[in-house]
Design a protein around this ligand. Structure first.
Ligand code: BDP
Length: 688
């Protein structure tokens, strides 16, 4: 049986025990109303009555007096003065469902339901709160570290280690068909407010292209129905060349009438099978994927072509901005991968249809532990935006190393884009979390997306503690005020309801420092990569240095770092709004942690911290391993306070994390010791 993640029996029971429920929406039969009732009877195993006066918990739907906007906001309040009887209300059944899970959460954390008629009301901050699966129809998961896909694949083929290994199995049903697991997953996602999901990988290989047409579409529809009850819309990633591959046409040119007619027919067919289908997710003209550029068209032509028939059904087209030349070599100083997304998409600002959303990775490179914000956010003024995060720990330790990533993501969400006041309206808030809905012309088509980190492993995420990142992603999308600490405390209270205060404090201490610890032993000061090519786990200082992917550190005997200034480098800094451009252009004004992302400096350069770059490298790499040693000791103290399986799972991974951290420390320190010829001030051993 799969782990319950944060919806543990104890946590659910603590809220619902002895309660009688009533769903007050006069027998509505829509999918979410039915789901709401079955959540109470089947999931929470509580009695449901039809008379509100006989219930302890009343879920009221569609009442004008709720004073809540939209279809997702909810309120939890006490009925009269009684702390025992509560009312959960919203305009829709989905809103009430969100309220129900929030009530479970608030009971677990001890926050409860405040007194007074206002109670606890909550409105989601981001409109689209999406999970992108990089699942392949053969059951493997690109960049997945928790077993096979929960949607696709055969139960007997647990051996795919390379996502490029793509066995074609004509005629075989690619669906796993474990509907119980899918239902549990949908519940977990809804409990943190997720409302959209892409089922398959953006690199659409082989039969995955067929998911949007029958007969596979029928199976997709079955999955969509499960998600639909939980308020989650299903999206499919598509292959732009599908008119050729599936439609038998000799072109996929987006301006060709036959191509347009073909897509229009496919989209009509999808809505026939899935009336609340979300839309398409498209990776085009990127890393070898087909796209409109092959036909001399641009991204706008491709996206708008799909958006037109989609709009007839209320669907959206999510177009990824992860487009760069993956065959470059920094031939001249102006070719810089960091500049690519902006160069490709800034000129198209204002030209996309109202239901097209540009999905932009949060940083200009690729989900590194430290990157600046992508300059597209806060500068595009007329394009719907979604920020893409990566929950799966591709560059962040493969769910072997503990890495609670919320501190990093919230830094992104709270970064001030310095967009000018006239664009900000009353709130005057230029931070990412506010600017994304604000600058999207159609705010309902904006939000955050996160690449999924789950698989068929018993605990879903490989490392038990990686569950907190999935939980936290949802909470971050919903609650703009949440902090890394508050989210972690919720997750701990729900996940380990029986653990004592000391054990919780120990786990908290590990997790809250884990992202910084990981950064400490990896590539220094924002320079990024230095990972084993392809795999992206483990150290390889020069793994990508002389390769075509555009990810370099430029270390030589004199210094290191990437000069992205206008004055002497690639000119990337100019893509930001003036205040941020000036901050990053200046050596003195660039924050230490991003120094080597923006500047090439000598090893003796003194940071704001007072240390030289080389001493900083030594100190952080020693500190990284010491922190992991501390985690191992702290985790020993947790034994007996949480389930033994969970304890052993993390204990085993901490040992592997230590090996990883030691390898990083020794290789990075040795490499830069040799390059610089500078000894460690503290005389520690460097294997030179
Ligand atoms: C990179 C991954 C690759 C993805 C690509 C993407 O290494 O597997 O296909 O991003 O986002 O991070 O399209």
């Amino acid at each position: 049986m799969a782990d319950a993640m944060w919806l543990t029996e104890e946590a659910v029971d603590a809220a619902a025990r002895g309660r009688v429920f009533c769903v007050d929406n006069a027998g509505a039969e829509d999918a979410s109303s039915l789901r709401l009732r079955s959540e109470i009877v089947e999931f929470m195993k509580r009695p449901l009555v039809s008379d509100p006066s006989e219930a302890d918990v009343v879920l009221r739907i569609g009442y004008a007096d709720a004073g809540l906007d939209g279809g997702e906001a909810f309120r939890i309040r006490r009925a009269g003065t009684s702390a025992e009887s509560i009312v959960i209300e919203g305009n829709t059944a989905v809103a009430a469902l969100y309220g129900l899970y929030a009530w479970i959460r608030r009971t677990a954390t001890g926050e409860g339901v405040p007194e007074g008629p206002e109670g606890y009301a909550s409105v989601p901050q981001q409109a689209m709160r999406m999970i992108d699966h990089w699942d392949q129809v053969d059951g493997s998961v690109e960049r997945g570290y928790a077993g096979e896909s929960i949607f696709f694949g055969d139960l007997d083929s647990n051996d795919h280690t390379d996502f490029r290994d793509f066995p074609e199995r004509p005629g075989r049903d690619p669906f796993r068909g474990d509907m119980a697991r899918i239902e549990s997953y949908a519940r977990l996602l809804a409990s943190v407010g997720i409302n959209a999901i892409a089922l398959n990988n953006v690199n659409v290989r082989g039969r995955a292209a067929e998911l949007m047409v029958q007969p596979l579409l029928g199976r997709v529809a079955r999955i969509a129905r499960v998600f639909s009850g939980f308020g989650i819309k299903l999206f499919l990633a598509i292959n732009f060349a599908a008119p050729k591959k599936l439609g038998g046409l000799d072109t996929a040119d987006p301006l060709d009438p036959a191509v347009r007619a073909w897509w229009s027919g496919v989209i009509d067919g999808i809505y026939n099978a899935i009336p609340d289908f979300g839309g398409f997710l498209v990776k085009a003209d990127a890393e070898g994927e087909p796209g409109p550029m092959q036909y001399g068209r641009d991204h706008k032509d491709g996206a708008n072509m799909l958006a037109e028939p989609m709009a007839r059904h209320g669907g959206a087209v999510i177009w990824r901005a992860f487009v760069y030349n993956c065959r470059q070599d920094w031939r001249d100083r102006t070719t810089d991968r960091a500049k690519a997304a902006f160069e490709n998409f800034a000129p198209l600002d204002g030209q996309f249809a109202d239901n097209v959303i540009l999905q932009v990775k949060f940083g200009p490179m690729d989900f590194q532990v430290r990157e600046p914000l992508t300059p597209l956010i806060g500068t595009l003024e007329h394009t719907n935006l979604m920020v893409e995060f990566q929950i799966t720990a591709e560059y962040l330790g493969h769910q072997i190393d503990v890495n609670y990533v919320l501190p990093q993501w919230l830094r992104v969400a709270n970064f001030d884009t310095a967009a000018p006041a006239e664009l900000l309206g009353q709130a005057g808030d230029a931070r990412v979390k506010a600017i994304v809905p604000r600058l999207s012309p159609n705010p309902s088509c904006s939000g955050y997306a996160g690449v999924a980190n789950v698989g068929m492993d018993d605990n879903w995420t490989g490392n038990k503690l990686a569950q907190a990142n999935l939980y936290g992603f949802g909470r971050m999308c919903w609650d703009g005020e949440a902090t890394a600490e508050s989210i972690l405390d919720e997750w701990l209270a729900l996940t380990f309801p029986q653990a004592g205060a000391a054990a919780l404090e120990a786990i908290r201490g590990i997790m809250l420092t884990s992202n910084q610890t990981y950064e400490n032993y990896c590539a220094p000061l924002g320079v990024g990569f230095m990972v084993v090519p392809g795999l992206h786990y483990g150290v390889s200082v020069n793994g990508y240095e002389y390769d075509r992917w555009g990810t370099y550190h430029f270390a030589d005997r004199d210094g290191m770092g990437v000069d992205r200034t206008v004055a002497t480098g690639s000119g990337y800094t100019a893509q930001y709004r003036p205040e941020n451009a000036a901050m990053y252009e200046g050596l003195d004004t660039t924050p230490d942690e991003l120094l080597l992302f923006f500047h090439h400096v000598p090893y003796g350069h003194v940071l704001h911290s007072g240390k030289t770059v080389i001493q900083h490298i030594y100190d952080t790499h020693f500190a990284g391993v010491e922190a992991v040693d501390g985690y191992i000791r702290a985790w020993d103290g947790v034994r007996g306070s949480i389930g033994e399986d969970d304890w052993a799972n993390v204990a085993e991974r901490l040992q592997r994390q230590r090996e990883n951290a030691v390898a990083w420390r020794d290789q990075i320190n040795t490499y830069f010791h040799r390059m610089s010829g500078v000894d460690d001030e503290h005389g520690r051993t460097i294997y030179a």
